[in-house]
Design a protein around this ligand. Structure first.
Ligand SMILES: [Zn+2]
Ligand SMILES: [Zn+2]
Length: 350
């Protein structure tokens, strides 16, 4: 194997606030359970920006982000029989887990007790760093790699691996069905997926957004109702309507009481956003009196990801994406920071 076979090129961030630079880094050690892909697409997730910015704590630079990775298999380790060269596959936000804890043994690898190995800014068991998909190649463990359904394009498939599963799993996990009425806070990458999943599961959907700008999109996506969050009269009129409220966007002045008041008794508030500061000012009274649960959600297990892909293919769930050439990553990130995405950006390699 030549030296070049063990390196890749990616958009590297060398430190907080520093510009991305396209350069060469080492791939992880090639192990028997590994496979390697040529990246064709990578979605851009809000997590990428939090990590580039060290917003969730110090990032271990140099870092290559991107965890909605899709590509074509080019190389297989000795133990990899599930895939063949040429298969179209994807990788999400988790690339490994301990494999030995109670959760891993019971198909809940996403909540592994030793913590999931994140697809970037993490470390493989062998000690090598994990690098994401703003890159030409990706190499890693087969257990967190997924075949893309035949009738799904690579560009659309990419966004399912983080945004898709992050919103599909909590709805499944909390029993959403035809009787449910789902409130979706924020119509971005996660929010627009939540609307489509909830509709595909037969639920009713109300979208809450900070302005009127996305009203039309919300209805095209399938929403039944749209509320501008600052319109307190409109909010009041929806008292106790919702069975579940999925929070995909959490601003500084989040009005807990306002949102919780729209949940019916035994309602579930699902936190799918991960703000950089702790939650505060949650009123206990309404939680008690209505037996409301506030729950977290963490992507989804490998089994869930496979089921999601099947369900998406069956129900024809198609995310709204906008493509950028991989070279234009800096523009894409800026446009995401400026809140221009409708609703997910995907980097494409030529
Ligand atoms: Zn993500
Ligand atoms: Zn584990």
């Amino acid at each position: 194997m030549s030296a070049q076979d063990n390196t890749f090129h990616g958009w590297v961030c060398n430190g907080k606030g520093q510009p991305l630079e396209w350069r060469e880094l080492s791939l992880k050690k090639f192990e028997d359970d590994d496979l390697e892909i040529d990246v064709t697409h990578c979605g851009i997730c809000g997590s990428d920006i939090h990590t580039l910015d060290s917003g969730w704590g110090s990032t271990n630079y140099p870092c290559v982000v991107g965890h909605e990775i899709v590509g074509v298999v080019t190389k297989l380790g000795k133990n990899v029989t599930e895939f063949k060269v040429g298969d179209r596959v994807g990788i999400g936000a988790q690339c490994d887990s301990c494999g030995e804890c109670h959760e891993c043994k019971n198909g809940h690898e996403n909540i592994c007790r030793t913590g999931m190995t994140t697809t970037y800014d993490g470390r493989w068991k062998c000690g090598d760093k994990t690098y994401g998909g703003y890159a030409d190649k990706w190499r890693g463990n087969k257990n967190f790699v997924f075949k893309i359904p035949d009738d799904m394009s690579n560009e659309l498939a990419s966004t399912f691996f983080c945004a898709g599963v992050t919103t599909y799993w909590p709805l499944k996990n909390h029993g959403v069905n035809e009787q449910s009425h789902i409130g979706v806070i924020g119509l971005g990458g996660l929010g627009h997926f939540t609307v489509m999943w909830a509709k595909a599961m037969g639920a009713k959907v109300t979208v809450f957004s900070s302005s009127d700008r996305k009203r039309e999109d919300a209805f095209v996506l399938g929403a039944d109702d749209y509320v501008v969050s600052s319109d307190s009269e409109a909010v009041l009129a929806r008292d106790r309507q919702l069975s579940h409220l999925v929070c995909t966007s959490f601003g500084n002045n989040f009005d807990w009481l306002q949102f919780l008041s729209m949940l019916e008794p035994n309602g579930v508030f699902i936190m799918a956003a991960n703000p950089e500061t702790p939650l505060s000012n949650i009123p206990a009274g309404i939680l008690l009196m209505r037996q409301i649960s506030i729950v977290g959600t963490a992507i989804g297990s490998p089994k869930t990801i496979r089921k999601m892909l099947e369900f998406a293919a069956e129900k024809n769930v198609k995310p709204w994406i906008e493509k950028y050439p991989m070279e234009k990553v800096v523009d894409a990130i800026q446009d995401l920071r400026d809140n221009k995405a409708r609703y997910r950006y995907v980097l494409q390699r030529n």
